[in-house]
Every structure is written in C-alpha cells, then in structure tokens.
Design a protein around this ligand. Sequence first.
Ligand SMILES: Nc1ncnc2c1ncn2[C@@H]1O[C@H](COP(=O)(O)OP(=O)(O)OP(=O)(O)O)[C@@H](O)[C@H]1O
Ligand SMILES: [Mg+2]
Length: 215
Amino acid sequence: MTHRRRGLLITLEGGEGAGKTTAQQFIYDWLRAQGRSVTTTREPGGTPLAEGIRNILLDAKGEMAPATELLLMFAARAENIAKIIEPALGQGQDVLCDRFTDASRAYQGAGRELGLAAVDALADWVHPTLKPDLTLLLDVPVEIGMERVGKRGAALNRFELADTAFFERVRHGYLEQAMREPDRFVVIDATQSLNEVQTEIQSALEAVCGGEHCG
Ligand SMILES: Nc1ncnc2c1ncn2[C@@H]1O[C@H](COP(=O)(O)OP(=O)(O)OP(=O)(O)O)[C@@H](O)[C@H]1O
Ligand SMILES: [Mg+2]
C-alpha cells in the first residue's frame, strides 16, 4: 500500500466583504499550479444537508437564540468535516475552507457574546484533533467590508443585517484569536489592493508549503 501524505487544511477568515471568497479562487489556482490536488468548501455549508442549515442560519427573516446559532454552525461543521474535509485530507488533497471554527469564535463567541469557552468546548468535541495548518485572516475596518457587501447589490443576509457594534466585536474577536495563535494565523490588511493582498497570501502559502515538497 502506498502511503499518501495528508493534505493541508487552509482556512479563510474575516468579516463581511473582507475578500475571503475572492482569495479562495486565487489560492485554489496557486495550489493547483504547484501540482497539488485541492478541494474547496465553505461554512456553514459544503454538503446538501449543511447547505440546508446555511439557509436557515442566513435567512434574513429568521430569528434564533445565540445558542441555537452556535449549535447549528457546529451541526453544519460536523457534516462538512465528516463528508468533505476529512476524506479529502485523508486522500492527500489540500482543503480550502471559506470560514471554519474561528468564525464561530468571532461571530458567536465574540459577536453574540457567548464566550470562547462554549465554542472551544464544541470544537474539542466535534473535531478534537483537526486544526487548520494555516488560517488567513483578511482584516478590514467594518465600514469598508460593509461597503463592499453593499456594492454587490444582493439582498443582505441575517448576519449582514446586524449592527456595527456586533461587527466590531467580530473583528476584535478574530484579531484576539490571531494573537493567541500567531503560528497558525497570518493577518492580512485587506484594505490593500487585490494585488497586494494576493502577494501576502502567496508568501503565506509558500511558508506553509515550504516544510513539504511543494510542486
Ligand atoms: N482587496 C480588495 N480591494 C477592493 N475590493 C475587493 C478586495 N477584495 C475583494 N474585493 C471586492 O469586495 C467584494 C467582497 O469580496 P468577497 O465576496 O471576496 O468577500 P467575502 O469576504 O467573501 O464576503 P462575504 O463575507 O460576504 O462572503 C467583491 O466585490 C470583491 O470583488
Ligand atoms: Mg464570501
């Protein structure tokens, strides 16, 4: 039997409109150009069931208790991990995930003020050994992110309708998490031009791939 190296788990984090989804395409192309196999997914979502949970979570007309929101996030995450993330990593594919557990720390832990202990307890239970190899945090001031979201012209989802104080707590929650785990996080000033953002992302990718045979 050939032993296949486990793939890398790379997560994209940041507030609304920071540029996560734009970055995901760039990273996908870069990793593929290195000859790597890549699976992309997003949270909440990634499987039909988890996308169904996403619809409930994002429904602008919906309303739910913060604890319900946190538990639904982890219900969707458990599906994504079991059906998409773990199988792909096990086959040696890199997995690129648009948001992961740090988003629960920032949005539900800090934003909804449930606290980190609740999120960490669920993370320890749902994925005790799974941790991103690299987390790219795209950081922008709240107003700039919301301006980008507004320009998209699509109807706002339940999170995008939250008030500025919520988004400030989310932003600081992310930055605190990055300070707590500096080896895993790379914080990128996402007010920079797309080109500058991509240059910094590429350096981070080269560093994380450097330990292995990349390309
Ligand atoms: N560095 C940048 N400079 C200017 N505009 C940008 C930059 N990065 C992304 N954008 C634009 O901002 C908008 C939001 O980007 P994107 O959808 O990638 O953000 P996101 O973080 O995925 O948002 P969401 O949280 O809503 O999923 C898009 O129109 C994108 O083209
Ligand atoms: Mg996006």
